[in-house]
Design a protein. Structure first.
Length: 160
């Protein structure tokens, strides 16, 4: 497995991955209506292209040129980046793929001068345990109104 920085032509690949990963990831966490809304809002090719053009840096985890997961970051302030997206096919969970992808993202952020990486994770998402293992700590518990939904998240962070 390897990780590479995505470009505009990868938007379709990322959209396809999101449609494969999101429903299984969130089936027991949020409603099917919210899953459909979030996919339409943030994971269409058009939306992803816009994010790429607006400064999101995307990363693709792949093996033998087959995309298996993706992540994205944005710069929040001079020394702080935010992990906006982090998704890997479920069959790769607990096999080192997440560690590989997140370590690559953290290294990338360090090269850009980041001293801290933040993220939001749904309070009922098992991924929180992964972030704990990777050295992230809970900074805040938040309920964020988002259109017709409320995002029940932890904001977690790690000093790089």
């Amino acid at each position: 497995m390897n990780v590479r920085i995505a470009n505009l032509s990868d938007a379709e690949t990322i959209a396809k991955l999101a449609r494969e990963i999101w429903p299984r990831t969130y089936a027991d966490i949020i409603s099917t209506e919210q899953i459909a809304f979030m996919l339409e809002k943030s994971y269409t090719v058009t939306s992803l292209e816009k994010q790429l053009l607006e400064g999101h840096t995307f990363f693709i985890l792949e093996s033998d040129a087959v995309a298996l997961g993706f992540a994205s970051v944005t710069q929040e302030i001079e020394d702080t980046y935010k992990l906006q997206k982090f998704y890997i096919h479920q069959n790769l969970h607990k096999k080192g793929a997440g560690t590989l992808l997140l370590s690559f993202v953290e290294d990338y952020c360090r090269t850009k001068g980041a001293e801290r990486l933040l993220l939001n994770v749904n309070r009922n998402n098992k991924a929180k345990l992964f972030y704990d293992k990777m050295g992230y700590t809970i900074l805040h518990t938040v309920d964020i109104p988002y259109h017709d939904f409320v995002l029940n998240d932890y904001i977690m962070g790690k000093n790089l």
